[in-house]
Design a protein around this ligand. Structure first.
Ligand code: ZN
Ligand code: ZN
Length: 412
């Protein structure tokens, strides 16, 4: 009976060690003072729930400013994965009021205020007509929680839960610390007004299309831009996959967006140093269709893709910091080397779609290490349950210890 106790004690100590070995968000490396860094937080299109890519949201960092463009589902989760405190993001620019571009604003608004690194300045939101009204109602919707946490219980910063909102017109809407944001009208069919944005800083620039069909105004405002991030909707692929929509609904949606062939024409006219797709459905048709009308550098955006714009343009990936193998039992893969613009060439090759967790880690074998890995990634109640299951395994012959499928399924 001593052996099972020794094993149990060892496993308990291992669980305690593992609990201190939680993967931490990667520290943000200092950005060179003249660079713009873009992080694609969410790149998926439309309202449906997807687990591989989240909804539209793009972070632009420059001159000490962190500016968020759209805030679709999963934006706060991706910010956490990128190692950016929610409280650091207090300036939000909305392209239009479709829900898949704004549905995570309440989480950013409330959780940025109540997180460990609490926001103690107002959140400020710019967007089309209707933005102020939406933000006013948002404060009313969460009035109870705001009152309790601000006035009764935690006494969080009163200033941190204030909202400053702007219904904008086309033109420069923000100019601070050398970072200039210009809003320009795009054409999203009946969704009027809808905006794209251009950010200029220290001679570098990025433009974000928002939702639009081909727009001459976008071409005009994007001229000379380093990076153009554009939406796309491959029409034939969309028609073949949308069984729940009527033909009329499908054609209406297609008419409000830009096909890859049309986006290629836009890229050819704008001639950015790098063209990037964000806000697109999963489809193998996008790159080949774009290549019919555009032959320049092109990236198919993925969640947490980073694009650093300086003297050269580098495409990388933000994610969870890797664990030292010795302390966590994890085998960390070598970090992906960033690609320079010259390497991007005309290949139109995209980064893998795997989640950061799967890109950063791989397991050596089915063993206690897998259990420790599970422990670092499950809530306490599930951890206790798993500990009990493993303890039961530990009291049986050793061959049973390696039946990990049940444990593995618990974290998928
Ligand atoms: Zn839209
Ligand atoms: Zn959209």
């Amino acid at each position: 009976m001593r052996l099972p106790r020794i094993i149990a004690a060892t496993l308990f100590l291992a669980s305690v060690t593992a609990s201190f070995a939680q993967p931490q968000p990667a520290a943000q490396p200092a950005l060179p003072s003249t660079n713009i860094k873009v992080t694609l937080l969410g790149t998926a299109s439309g309202p449906p729930v997807r687990l591989n890519r989240y909804q539209m949201s793009t972070l632009v960092q420059a001159g000490g400013e962190s500016l968020l463009f759209d805030c679709g589902r999963g934006a706060t989760l991706r910010l956490a994965q990128a190692g950016i405190p929610l409280a650091d993001v207090s300036k939000v620019f909305i392209t239009h009021l479709h829900s898949d571009h704004i549905v995570d604003i309440p989480d950013l608004y409330l959780s940025g205020w109540t997180s460990r690194n609490q926001r103690n300045r107002p959140i400020e939101v710019w967007g089309p007509a209707g933005t102020r009204s939406m933000m006013d109602y948002l404060q009313k919707a969460y009035a109870f929680d705001i009152h309790i946490r601000r006035d009764v219980d935690e006494h969080f910063s009163a200033e941190g839960i204030e909202v400053i909102s702007h219904d904008i017109q086309e033109g420069v809407v923000y100019d601070h610390n050398g970072v200039k944001v210009t809003a320009f009208l795009v054409d999203h069919g009946p969704v009027k007004p809808a905006f794209g944005y251009r950010v200029d800083y220290a001679g570098h620039s990025v433009a974000i299309s928002g939702d639009t069909r081909p727009s001459d105004n976008l071409v005009r405002y994007s001229k000379g831009v380093d990076v153009l991030i554009h939406e796309t909707l491959p029409a034939n692929n969309f028609r073949s996959r949308q069984e729940e929509l009527t033909p009329q609904q499908m054609e209406a949606i297609i008419a409000h967006h830009t096909t890859p062939e049309q986006a290629g024409e836009i890229f050819t006219r704008v001639k950015p140093k790098l063209a990037v797709y964000s806000h697109y459905p999963d489809s193998p048709d996008i790159i080949p269709a774009t290549r019919k009308t555009y032959s320049g550098p092109l990236e198919l955006g993925q969640d947490l893709m980073t694009i650093e714009i300086g003297n050269k343009i580098e495409v990388g990936h933000a994610g969870i910091q890797q664990q030292p193998a010795a302390s966590s039992g994890l085998q960390a893969r070598r970090p992906k080397r960033q690609k320079s613009l010259s390497e991007l060439g005309n290949a139109g090759k995209s980064l893998p779609t795997a989640s950061p967790r799967m890109q950063s880690y791989s397991m050596k074998s089915c063993s206690v290490r897998r259990w420790m890995w599970t422990q670092t990634r499950t809530p306490p109640i599930r951890s206790s349950l798993l500990f009990a299951i493993l303890l039961r395994h530990a009291c049986r012959p050793p061959a049973r210890l390696c039946t990990c499928s049940r444990l593995n399924s618990a974290v998928i």
